[in-house]
Design a protein around this ligand. Structure first.
Ligand code: B12
Ligand code: SF4
Length: 523
């Protein structure tokens, strides 16, 4: 490693994957493996500023290696710790940057950081991503972590390196959480937030150090990433499997103009911090992905791809013209109110073969009170029909178990899931995420179920106490609803596009090497 004060080489790490196991040993969800776009952007920005970068994707490179940690009810998959240590030794970085996107993977990320600190005590470790942004002070309780960076850190991570190299004062690095003696300080402390939460704040985008002009960002440095490891696994991306052999992920916008009370977007991307790239830059990046990486499918991971209707229509028109042989999908956020007939026709013409419809709740009162985008429920059945007529697959996203939600309201959402003619739906149990008003409400009202921890923050198990349903009843309703409709709906999805699963059990257990098929089912 180089002399103190000289920070030239950064090792970017994606931590292992974590699957929560129900007490009977059943996995609560599938494994996942996806290109880590945040790290690819950080790498590109560092390279642009003359830093050296190496990437270690513990999850993707060790996807088949599993360990069951019974005491925590989790299955962890990724490279074994010894291999990670060897790789770090070989890389000989001056600083480690680890991405913790999922709060559910935080404990495992801390375990790796502790082991690395023991082995390489002088090597600074920086954590960024959705989880540390939502719970920075909690994360800094771990002495092996030197810094947390808040929100989109494309520019600020470079500033941190510059500061460590003596070019800037540390206090000028926006969104940096650091230690001074026994104190944990935050460089955003003097900035007036738009909203104050418990241990986190929402800031205006322009105050939070995130990139405002997205076209000025370099393209993600995918050449440093193990792309084949993302393509050659059996559960690619997770539930929304890619159909093309080689797929890429990208973003045409960042942030969202809404503020839904369970969502981390305002935390990560600034309060109403919606920013767009120019459509020309998006088209140029798709050409580059096809030429450089031979991709056949592009997935847009935007928080809210459709919210600006004229922008989305113009982009989709351009895509139809430029890429007649490439497939496209929007597996992340779909503002369903923005989908009109013209948009659907344009999407079909541009090979957008799959959309995720974020409907959230079948109860209009919940829509109005808690869901800022206020989905117009009465439009949904015709919308789904129109998408089906135009050959676009649909997956509905629905949530049950908001604080105070009663059985009757939950039943409305369940009925909506069953009645909609969608190809698939994800009925999730409301899971409070650190850094959201939902988390604060659940904590303040003492509604966290006993034994809840970050490990249990999933969408298939209960974390909130409800007025007239037990946690097991809610989990049973969720699982039963999905199970009943799985076979019928999955069969409809064209076998040409997707891996065909023999049955539901194969779908649920695919990719797990160390679990015997589940014996007990929630009935
Ligand atoms: C793509 C995606 C996935 C992919 C996987 C992504 C991957 N690379 O592994 C899939 C589909 C598999 C997935 C699954 C899940 N997801 Co998801 N997913 C996303 C999504 C839509 C985009 C992520 C992304 O690429 N963002 C774009 C890049 C540019 O941003 P970024 O990664 O955050 O990186 C920036 C900053 O965070 C920061 N940063 C990141 N890393 C680092 C590291 C350092 C050192 C520094 C300094 C900075 C830094 O700088 C980066 C550049 O700006 C986000 C929402 C979102 N908009 O981010 C949700 C999101 C990350 N997912 C979420 C959740 C909850 C899940 C699931 C648990 C849901 C479930 N079904 O149970 C699962 C977890 C997987 C599992 N089964 O265990 C939550 C996580 C919140 C939390 N605190 O836990 C998010 C935030 C959505 C939400 N608001 O609810 N997801
Ligand atoms: S519309 Fe979607 S991305 Fe925007 S705040 Fe609401 S849940 Fe988050």
């Amino acid at each position: 490693m180089s002399q103190p004060g000289q920070y030239r080489k950064v090792l970017l790490i994606n931590p292992p994957g974590v699957v929560y196991l129900f007490p009977d040993g059943r996995p609560a969800h599938r494994k996942h493996c996806a290109p880590t776009m945040g790290l690819a952007y950080l790498a590109a920005n560092l390279l642009q500023h003359g830093y050296e970068v190496e990437v270690l994707d513990i999850l993707a490179e060790g996807y088949s290696n599993e360990e069951v940690h019974k005491e925590q009810n989790v299955l962890v998959y990724g490279l074994p710790l010894q291999k990670v240590i060897e790789r770090v030794r070989r890389a000989a970085p001056d600083l480690i940057g680890m991405s913790v996107l999922f709060s559910s993977g935080a404990m495992e990320a801390h375990r790796i950081c502790k082991a690395l600190k023991d082995e390489f005590p002088g090597l600074p470790i920086v954590l960024g991503g959705q989880h540390p942004t939502g719970a920075p002070y909690e994360v800094m309780k771990d002495g092996s972590i030197d810094y947390v960076m808040l929100g989109e850190s494309d520019l600020t991570f470079v500033s941190l390196l510059d500061a460590l190299n003596g070019k800037l004062p540390l206090a000028s690095v926006i969104g940096l959480v650091y230690r001074e003696g026994d104190e944990v300080r935050n460089t955003l402390a003097g900035v007036k937030p738009v909203y104050e939460g418990a241990g986190y704040n929402y800031y205006l985008a322009r105050d939070s150090g995130i990139p405002m002009k997205l076209d000025e960002l370099p393209r993600p440095a995918w050449h440093l990433f193990p792309m084949a490891s993302y393509w050659n696994v059996d559960v690619r991306i997770s539930g929304g499997d890619a159909a093309g052999e080689r797929y890429a992920v990208m973003m045409s916008t960042r942030g969202c103009p809404h503020v839904c009370y369970y969502c981390t977007s305002p935390l990560q991307s600034g309060y109403k911090g919606y920013r767009r790239r120019s459509n020309d830059a998006v088209v140029a990046e798709i050409h580059w992905l096809i030429q450089e990486f031979g991709v056949e499918e592009v997935m847009f991971f935007d928080d809210n791809f459709f919210v600006s209707v004229p922008r989305a229509k113009e982009l989709v028109r351009l895509i139809a013209k430029e890429f007649p042989r490439t497939m496209f999908s929007v597996p992340g956020g779909t503002e369903v109110n923005a989908l009109d007939d013209e948009m659907i026709d344009l999407l079909a013409a541009a090979n957008f073969y799959k959309l995720t419809l974020n409907i959230e709740s079948g109860n209009q009162e919940i829509q109005n009170a808690l869901i800022d985008k206020k989905v117009k429920l009465h439009r949904i059945p015709q919308l789904v029909q129109r998408l089906r007529d135009r050959g676009i697959e649909t997956k509905a996203m629905l949530m049950i178990g908001f604080p105070g939600e009663k059985r009757a309201s939950i039943e409305r959402t369940v009925q909506l899931a069953k009645s909609l003619d969608v190809d698939d739906f994800f009925l999730s149990i409301v899971a409070p995420l650190p850094g959201t008003p939902l988390w604060d409400e659940t904590k303040e009202k003492g509604l966290f179920i006993e034994g809840s921890s970050l490990n249990t923050v999933r969408y298939s198990n209960s974390t909130i106490t409800l007025p007239d349903l037990t946690p097991e009843e809610l989990e049973g309703i969720r699982y039963q609803t999905w199970k009943e409709s799985f076979e019928e709906r999955r069969r409809r999805i064209s076998a040409r596009r997707h891996k065909k699963f023999e049955d539901r059990r194969e779908y649920e257990t695919i990719g797990f090497k160390s679990l015997s098929p589940p014996k007990v089912e929630v009935e």
